[in-house]
Design a protein around this ligand. Sequence first.
Ligand code: PGA
Length: 257
Amino acid sequence: MTSQPRAQRRRLVVGNWKMNGTRDANSRLLQEILSNWKPLEKSDAAICPPFVYLEQVAQALSASQLYWGGQSVNPNDSGAYTGEISAKMLIDQGCRYVIVGHNERRRLQSESDDYVARQFVAAQAEGLIPILCVGESSEQREQGKALETIGRQLQAVLDIAGLQAFATAIVAYEPIWAVGTGITATPEEAAQVHAFIRKQFASLGHELVILYGGSVKPENAAELFAKEDIDGALLGGASLQAKDFIAICQSAEVAGK
Ligand code: PGA
């Protein structure tokens, strides 16, 4: 079996606000997004704010087409994990998605491949859709080890979650050198990795959604989304500007028609 034809896969654009925002600034941003929103038919869109603003985002978006999610999750159910948030708590806040394995957390919080795999499993067990981030550093790319690195990151999750778990998951390819740097992977570079990722899951025969992340802007989104295996984007900076976020959602909507 091969994966679903492109036209049947839903596109997805996710805004990762990272550690940005205040109650007032969020309120203005959400208002601007909602008042300029253009309905999507073939795509979904979501916002992942800092944990403390999930309730604010949930309230603002509850009557809209947009979803929301967490930026990380602790793999344990409850207990002595100071500062952490469980999958159940994210569900309590109405989250649909949770980002796991973002490279900033892999690097700054020393999250290992194995820890990310446990986050993925815990998220799914509660009914969240994990957005599993994978990607290589510039050194790994220069050494010709990009695909090997991504293969290892995926394998760690496959080992404990199994192939079937990816039927309800999202994978986001984020080359570390492109995140927050203004340097985007060329559509060809991204497409090569996306095709590699798709191949790992081809036997599932389902419509695994694979996002690209790393300096996506309204100016480069359409070109990226025109590639067969790029189903949407994980946005950092661009998700903090209502106009940019909406424009990128619209690019996903028209891609591959
Ligand atoms: P960026 O971030 O769009 O600002 O490069 C992407 C991400 O970290 O998900």
